[in-house]
Design a protein around this ligand. Structure first.
Ligand code: COA
Length: 174
C-alpha cells in the first residue's frame, strides 16, 4: 500500500464533467453497486457492453455528467429533455458511489444539472420519480426545491416486493 492510499480522499477535488462513452466500464461498475442500484430501476447483471451502447445512444436531448475524484468516477447524473409540447420539461436521474455518499457529491451533481437546465437549456420543469423509502434522495431533492406531486403505487419491483414511488418536480421560478 502506498502513502497515497493511506490518505483520506480530498473531496474539495471533486470535478464535474460530461460523461464520455469511454467511461462505460466505470459507470457500469458504479451503477451496479448494491446501494446505487437499490435506488434506481437498474436490473442485476447489467453488462458493461449494455452501458457502452446506452452511452453511445444518448442524443442532444440528454445531458449526462459524472463526478470525478482523482480520475475515479464517483457519481453520475443525467437530464433527459422531453420533446414537442413538453420540451420545457426534463427527467432527472442521479447516483453516487456507495463508498462516497454523504460527502456532498450528490449536491455537486444536482447543482450542475440545475444550472444547465435553468441557465442554458431553458428547461422550466425538472421531474423525477423516487422510491418512497429513499429518504436520502428525497431530502436531497427537497433541498433543491423539488416538491412532491403525487404517488405511484406499486411503481416497481424491488428486492422481492412492489414499492411505491413519489413523483417530484422543481419548477423554475421565472
Ligand atoms: C441519493 C444520493 C444521490 C445522495 O447523494 P450524496 O452524495 O450522498 O448526497 P450529499 O452528500 O450531497 O447530501 C445531500 C443532502 O442529501 C441528504 N442526505 C444524503 N444522504 C442522506 C441520508 N443517508 N439520510 C438523510 N439525508 C441524506 C442530506 O440532506 C444532505 O445534505 P446535508 O449533508 O447538508 O445534510 C445517494 O445516496 C445515492 O446515490 N443513492 C443511491 C442511488 C439513488 O437512490 N439515486 C436516486 C434515485 S431517485
Amino acid at each position: 500500500m502506498t502513502d497515497q492510499n493511506l490518505s483520506p480522499p480530498d473531496f474539495s477535488a471533486v470535478s464535474i464533467r460530461a460523461a464520455r462513452v469511454a467511461d462505460f466500464e466505470q459507470i457500469n461498475a458504479l451503477a451496479s453497486l448494491p446501494g446505487f442500484r437499490a435506488g434506481t430501476l437498474r436490473l442485476p447483471f447489467h453488462s458493461a457492453d449494455q452501458t457502452r451502447k446506452w452511452l453511445e445512444s444518448l442524443g442532444a436531448g440528454t445531458t449526462s455528467i459524472v463526478a470525478e475524484i482523482n480520475q475515479q468516477i464517483v457519481g453520475h447524473a443525467g437530464l433527459h429533455r422531453s420533446d414537442g409540447r413538453r420540451a420545457h420539461a426534463a427527467n432527472l436521474g442521479i447516483g453516487v458511489h456507495d463508498d462516497f455518499t454523504r460527502r456532498g457529491i450528490g449536491k455537486a451533481l444536482l447543482r450542475a444539472l440545475i444550472d444547465a437546465a435553468d441557465n442554458w437549456l431553458n428547461i422550466k420543469r425538472i421531474e423525477l420519480t423516487v422510491y418512497c423509502d429513499n429518504a436520502a434522495a428525497i431530502r436531497l431533492y427537497e433541498k433543491f426545491g423539488f416538491e412532491r406531486e403525487g404517488l405511484h403505487r406499486d411503481y416497481a419491483f424491488k428486492q422481492g416486493g412492489f414499492v411505491d414511488a413519489v413523483a417530484m418536480a422543481r419548477l423554475r421560478k421565472i
